[in-house]
Design a protein around this ligand. Structure first.
Ligand code: HEM
Length: 585
C-alpha cells in the first residue's frame, strides 16, 4: 500500500499541528465534554488531568463523545464540520469522497491498496510469515509483536488478506481517530455468522455483539440504560463489594493447599470465577456460587460450555461447511451454545417469577439491571434472553485477564505496589471502598490504565464500513472493507509512550505524566459501538484491587519466570501465572 506521509504515520494535511490531535474535538478545546456525568463542571470526577481536557485518562477517547453523547444517537459528533456526512471538509476530493489524485479510474479503489508495494509478490501475503498472510492469526503467541513488525515496515496503515477477505490494518492514533470519528450510524465490528447461525436455528434473538443496523441500535440503547454512565455503574458497588470477601477467602483457601502456603496457581482461573460471579451479580442480580467451595453443577457446566463453544468455533472457522455433518465440532458448538442460553434463560425466568410474586404482594420491585430490562417494556423476554449470553461472553474473559495482568505487574514491581498500598490505606484505612473513595485513588486508576495499555485485553478489533468509501490520509478505501484496529501495536508504540514495554503507571498521573494522543490507547474502543460494560468493568477492577492490595502483598512465584502475552482473541498469558499472596501485618 502506498503511503504519502513519510514514515511517521502523521498525515501532512491534518491541521493538528502535527501532534495528531484534531483541532475539531467537540470540547471546544478544553476537554470539557457536555455529556460526561461530572456534575456539570465538565470535569469528570475521576480524571487526573488538571482540567486541561487532554487527559490521558478522559473517559471519552479524547473527543468528548461517548456512547451517551449528545450526537442525537447517530454517532456523529454534532460539531464536526463535515456537514454530517462523515467526510472531512479538508479532503480535496470535491466532496465525493474520492481523492482527486488517486489513479483508480474512479472506482474508488486505490490501485495500490492491493499490497502493491509490499514484498509479497503482489498477493498480499508477506513471503516470510507463516501466518496465512496477515501477520496475525487468532492464536499467535506473540500477543501482537508480529504486527508491530508490520508497522515498522509499512507505517501506520497496511493492507493484508486472509483468503478472499481483504483487510486494512490501522495502527496509528490519528488514523484511528479519523476512522472512528467518521463512523456511520450503525458501526459494525465483523460478521458474526457462526453465532448468528446458532441463533437462527434455535429461534433466539441476537445480542449486542451479533446484532446489526437499526435493530442493534435499538437493542443497544435499551442495554445502555443503568450501565453506561459512571453514576449508573456506581449502583453496583454494593453487590460487587459483597463478592470481594469471597475472593479473598478463596485466595486463602487455594494458597493453603500450596507447598509454600502462599502460592495461588493460575491466578487467571481464579479471576475468571470472580469476574463471572461479579458480572452475573450485576446483570442477573443473582449470586451463582462460582467462589463457593463446591461450584454448583449447572454453573460449572455453563463455564465448561463457554470453553467448548470457543474451541469448536476456532476449528469450524477453518473447516469447509461440508465437514459439519461428519465431524463433531459443529454439533459441539451448537450444544454448548444451547447450554449457555438455557442457563441464562433459567435465571431470567426465575427473575420473572420473582417480579410477578412481588407485584402480587404489592412489594417494591427493587432490583437493578435485569428487573429494569424486564419491566420497562423496551425489550421482549426473548430479546433479553438473546442479549445476556453475549454480555457474559464480553464481560468475563476481559476483566479476569486484565486483573491477572495487573497483579502480575504489581508482583514484579514491588515499589509501585508499595505506593499503591500507601495510597489505598490513606483513603480507606478501615472501611470498604465506595466509588467516591476510588475517585481519590489516582494511582489505582493509573495502574489499571497502564495495564490495559501494555496488555489491551482486546488486542485487535474490527470495523466494517458498510455505508460508503472512506478517505484516510491519501487513500480511498472502498465500502465493505474490513478494518482491523491494532490496539496492541498502537498502545505499545514508542512514538506515543516512551519506553513502551515498561510498566510505568505514573505516566498517567496529572502530576507526572506526559501528554499523548487521545487515541493512542483506547482499550475499551470508542463511540456508539464502544464497550457496553466499561464502567462496570472499571468499578469491579478498582474495588477488587484496592481490597486485595490492602490485604496481601503480592509476589511472583519463584518458579514463574518470564510470562508473555499471546493473542487468543483476548490477550492471555502464554503460561499460568502463579503468584504468592502474603498477608500484610
Ligand atoms: C477490562 C474489561 C473490558 C475491556 C478492556 C473491554 C473492551 C471492549 C472492546 C475493545 C470492545 C469493542 C469496542 C469497539 O468495537 O469499539 C467491547 C465491546 C463490548 N463489551 Fe467490553 N470490555 C471489557 C469488559 C466488559 C464487561 C464487564 C462487559 C459486560 C457487560 C462488556 C460488554 C461489552 C459488550 C456487550 C460489547 C459489544 C458492544 C456492541 O457491540 O454494541 N465488556 N469491549
Amino acid at each position: 500500500m502506498r503511503r504519502s506521509d513519510g514514515d511517521d504515520g502523521r498525515s501532512p494535511d491534518t491541521d493538528d499541528g502535527g501532534d495528531g490531535r484534531s483541532p475539531d474535538t467537540d470540547d471546544g478545546g478544553d476537554g470539557r465534554s457536555p455529556d460526561t456525568d461530572d456534575g456539570g463542571d465538565g470535569r469528570s470526577p475521576d480524571t487526573d488531568d488538571g482540567g486541561d481536557g487532554r487527559s490521558p485518562d478522559t473517559d471519552d477517547g479524547g473527543d468528548g463523545r461517548s456512547p451517551d453523547t449528545d450526537d442525537g444517537g447517530d454517532g456523529r459528533s454534532p460539531d464536526t464540520d463535515d456537514g454530517g456526512d462523515g467526510r472531512s471538509p479538508d479532503t480535496d476530493d470535491g466532496g465525493d469522497g474520492r481523492s482527486p489524485d488517486t489513479d483508480d479510474g474512479g472506482d474508488g479503489r486505490s490501485p495500490d491498496t492491493d499490497d502493491g508495494d509490499t514484498d509479497d509478490g503482489g498477493d498480499g501475503r508477506s513471503p516470510d510469515t507463516d501466518d496465512g498472510g496477515d501477520g496475525r492469526s487468532p492464536d499467535t503467541d506473540d500477543g501482537g509483536d508480529g504486527l508491530k513488525n508490520k508497522k515498522k515496515k509499512y507505517g501506520a496503515m497496511w493492507a493484508s488478506r486472509i483468503g478472499d477477505q481483504r483487510m486494512v490494518n490501522i495502527a496509528g492514533p490519528h488514523l484511528l481517530e479519523a476512522l472512528l470519528k467518521q463512523e456511520g450510524k450503525y458501526p459494525m465490528r465483523a460478521h458474526m455468522n457462526l453465532w448468528k447461525e446458532h441463533r437462527d436455528l434455535r429461534g433466539h434473538s441476537y445480542g449486542p455483539l451479533t446484532e446489526e443496523g437499526h435493530k442493534w441500535q435499538t437493542l443497544r440503547s435499551a442495554l445502555n440504560q443503568k450501565m453506561i454512565k459512571p453514576t449508573e455503574a456506581a449502583h453496583y458497588a454494593d453487590p460487587l463489594n459483597e463478592i470481594i470477601p469471597d475472593l479473598i477467602n478463596k485466595i486463602q483457601e487455594l494458597r493453603a493447599k500450596s507447598p509454600s502456603g502462599h502460592t495461588v496457581q493460575n491466578v487467571a482461573g481464579l479471576m475468571y470465577k470472580f469476574a463471572f460471579e461479579s458480572i452475573c451479580s450485576v446483570i442477573f442480580e443473582t449470586r451463582i456460587g462460582c467462589l463457593q467451595k463446591e461450584i454448583p453443577e449447572e454453573t460449572q457446566k455453563f463455564i465448561n460450555s463457554i470453553g467448548i463453544m470457543l474451541e469448536s468455533q476456532s476449528v469450524i472457522e477453518r473447516l469447509p461447511r461440508w465437514t459439519r455433518d461428519w465431524m463433531p465440532y459443529w454439533g459441539r458448538f451448537l450444544e454448548s451454545w444451547d447450554i449457555i442460553f438455557n442457563y441464562g434463560t433459567n435465571l431470567i425466568n426465575n427473575k420473572i417469577k420473582d417480579i410477578e410474586g412481588r407485584l402480587r404482594r404489592g412489594e417494591d420491585l427493587g432490583g437493578a439491571y435485569l428487573t429494569h430490562l424486564l419491566t420497562n417494556g423496551n425489550l421482549s423476554v426473548n430479546e433479553v434472553c438473546g442479549a445476556f449470553p453475549e454480555m457474559l461472553q464480553a464481560g468475563v474473559d476481559t476483566t479476569s485477564n486484565t486483573l491477572t495482568w495487573v497483579l502480575y505487574e504489581l508482583a514484579r514491581n514491588p515499589e509501585i505496589q508499595q505506593s499503591l498500598y500507601e495510597e489505598v490505606i490513606s483513603v480507606i484505612p478501615d472501611h470498604i471502598p465506595s466509588t467516591s473513595d476510588i475517585s481519590k485513588m489516582p494511582l489505582l486508576k493509573a495502574v489499571v490504565k497502564e495495564t490495559l495499555r501494555l496488555y489491551p485485553v482486546v488486542p485487535e478489533n474490527g470495523r466494517i464500513r458498510l455505508e460508503e468509501d472512506i478517505v484516510l490520509d491519501d487513500y480511498i478505501i472502498p465500502q465493505n472493507t474490513q478494518f482491523i484496529l491494532c490496539h496492541y501495536v498502537l498502545s505499545r508504540d514508542e512514538a506515543s509512550f516512551p519506553e513502551p514495554d515498561r510498566f510505568l503507571p505514573r505516566r498517567w498521573l496529572r502530576s507526572e505524566g506526559i501528554k499523548h494522543h487521545p487515541f493512542s490507547s483506547i482499550p475499551f474502543g470508542f463511540g456508539v459501538r464502544g464497550c457496553l460494560g466499561r464502567r462496570v468493568a472499571e468499578l469491579e477492577m478498582h474495588l477488587a484491587l484496592s481490597q486485595l492490595i490492602m490485604k496481601f502483598q503480592v509476589r511472583p512465584d519463584p518458579d514463574l519466570g518470564e510470562v508473555r502475552a499471546k493473542n487468543r482473541v483476548v490477550l492471555v498469558s502464554n503460561k499460568p501465572i502463579n503468584l504468592q499472596f502474603i498477608d500484610r501485618q
